[in-house]
Design a protein around this ligand. Structure first.
Ligand code: GLN
Length: 572
């Protein structure tokens, strides 16, 4: 009788003679890469990505190669069409993939650029299964959820393992156990553990411990039921991570341990903390890193000297979190003011810069629908710096223009991001160049002075969907400018983009003659990427999204510059 092991070498047996269907990339070695699979129970939004990225960081520091992947349940092929109000910000990778904000958490925690291989949706899986079906790849078989759809999921994970040469692949499954849309992912993971063999997969159930105010004690029933649901899917968790506002009591951990067959030392408390950057230390103190290494038989592969150095570097950053810092307030104008997840990268970038410079950054959200030149001061008098972030559509743009005017005239430090860069151009064109009708064709399609206009290459593909200039592009910096100084006098840098409109090249000369300096440009096209105003304490804007590439130990220079200038303003 054939067994799963022998069939692994005859990958993708579709002859119909047996029930095995195990597609694999060429050259893949079973059991070589380890998998840590993180799933949520009780509710979503518990921070699976944060947990997973923090554990991945601890292994990375020990010299292991790690690679994360997020498996999303929804049918969208990427996150480009998702509303950030419902789903959090759309994070853009260097290769142009528009993905879930968790990928940002991984990039920041691991200080590593990810690619489209690290992000998978049900839509991508079904797309690829249906394409294979049309292509005749299933050789006359009826195409089924098991084994074909689950096989496709495993193929994605193994391809990532193989191509990234990771020692450990971190698999984060979106949503919660019990959701219809992610059930096939959990089944695929169960199959993966069986096929890869013992000590290859480690399952983590991230759960939530309730602590109702009326009772004043921690309750574990919801967590227990969630874990039972996971076990009913044939998955025995190896680790239970308990999210809670306060440290989880010994008693509750014992209950969960008994109920879920997980030894107590692998039932850990992940309670609220001042910053996500202190969570690696929480996991380390719970000894989770070594538990995982033992389980996956990776102890011999680690480099303790490297870990000591990396941990010292990390602590030199996190130690500053608890130190007393100088408070300052940054105003952010934004449409999605009620959901902080829509601006996750900006908040993170401000946190990196603040911690590095000893500033405690408070954010004041400014809804600009009712702001105008007459009342802007009322909104901005108490802020030390201001950001106009990226955005789409018309609402609140006139108010944003008034905010930028206030910042320019009153020497208030300003950082314009993407739409914020375009708004700064419109404001300057109107109020300094005297082009009263200046606007963006996104806001006013037939405006007389379209200083911001659709990119020529975008015009051709307009209306087709996925029609933005996306991903990482090089930017050439002009020597002796603020941007050049901020980026350590580099002449070529790389930034990430997500836009459809740009400064219309016909207006560049006029704007420059009036004093605006375009200090960053695309190498081969007249696309303006960074602007600044000499003589102002800090006025800079970029067509890119600099927040996407800020990392805790390498804060993004434009954010550092903003926080530094705001601190100088508040503490002269
Ligand atoms: N809506 C503007 C554009 O498409 C700005 C985009 C953004 O801020 N991401 O160019």
């Amino acid at each position: 009788m054939k067994n799963a092991n022998t069939l692994l070498s005859s990958a993708g047996d579709t002859s119909g003679e047996n029930e095995y269907f195990i597609p694999m990339p060429k050259g893949y070695q079973k059991g070589k890469t380890k998998y840590i699979i993180v799933m949520g129970t009780v509710m979503s939004g518990l921070g699976k990505g944060i947990f997973s990225s923090c554990l991945a960081k601890l292994l990375l520091d020990k010299g292991l190669k790690v690679s994360p992947i997020k498996l999303e349940g929804y049918l969208n092929v990427d996150s480009g069409t998702l509303n950030p109000f419902r789903h959090g910000e759309v994070f853009v990778l260097d290769d142009g993939m528009e993905c879930d904000m968790d990928l940002g958490t991984y990039e920041r925690m691991l200080d590593h650029d990810l690619s489209r291989l690290n992000f998978c949706t049900s839509g991508q899986i079904y797309n690829s299964v249906l394409n294979k079906e049309r292509h005749g790849d299933y050789l006359g078989r009826d195409v089924q959820m098991i084994p074909h759809v689950t096989g496709e999921v495993k193929l994605r994970l193994r391809t990532l393992a193989h191509d990234s040469r990771a020692d450990v692949v971190f698999v984060e499954i979106g949503g919660t156990v019990g959701d219809l849309e992610n059930a096939f992912y959990i089944e695929a993971m169960r199959e993966l553990a069986y096929e890869e063999g013992p000590n290859s997969c480690c399952f983590v159930a991230l759960t939530y411990i309730l602590e109702p105010n009326t009772l004043g004690e921690q309750k574990s029933k919801a967590a227990q039921l969630g874990i039972r649901e996971l076990m009913q899917s044939g998955v025995q968790p190896n680790i239970v991570a308990c999210r809670c506002s306060n440290p989880v009591s010994e008693k509750v951990r014992q209950k969960i341990s008994v109920y879920s067959n997980v030894p107590i030392n692998r039932v850990v408390s992940i309670h609220d903390s001042a910053s996500i950057y202190t969570i690696p230390a929480m996991l380390r103190e719970a000894g989770l890193d070594f538990e995982v290494l033992r389980m996956l038989k990776l102890e011999d592969k680690i480099n303790l000297r490297k870990e000591r150095d990396e941990w010292a570097k990390w602590c030199s950053f996190t130690d500053k979190i608890s130190q007393t810092k100088k408070p300052l307030t940054i105003g952010i104008t934004g449409k999605y003011t009620s959901v902080r997840d829509s601006y996750a990268s900006i908040i993170n970038a401000l946190e990196h810069a603040g911690i590095t410079l000893g500033g405690d950054v408070n954010i004041k959200w400014i809804e600009t629908t009712n702001v105008n030149d007459g009342n802007a001061a009322e909104y901005l008098r108490d802020v030390d710096g201001i950001i106009v972030p990226g955005g789409f559509g018309v609402r609140g743009t006139e108010g944003k223009i008034s905010c930028v005017k206030y910042a320019r005239v009153n020497n208030l430090p300003y950082l314009g991001i993407c739409l914020g860069f375009q708004i700064a151009v419109i404001e300057y064109a109107r109020n300094v160049c005297g082009l009263k009708d200046a606007n963006s064709t996104e806001i006013e399609p037939n405006c007389k002075e379209p200083v911001i206009n659709i990119l020529p290459e975008q015009k051709k593909i307009e209306g087709l969907g996925g029609n933005m200039r996306l991903g990482g592009y090089d930017v050439i910096l002009k020597p002796q400018t603020l941007a050049w100084e901020l980026f350590g006098k580099s002449e070529r840098i790389r930034m990430r983009f997500r836009h459809r409109y740009e400064v219309d090249p016909r207006y560049i000369e006029k704007l420059e003659k009036a004093g605006m300096v375009f200090s960053g440009k695309a190498p081969n096209y007249p696309i303006m990427q960074i602007l600044e105003l000499p003589g102002h304490p800090y006025f800079i804007g970029t067509q890119a999204h600099p927040c996407l590439t800020s990392r805790p130990l390498r804060p993004q220079p434009m954010f550092l510059g903003l926080v530094a200038a705001s601190l100088r303003k508040k503490y002269p």
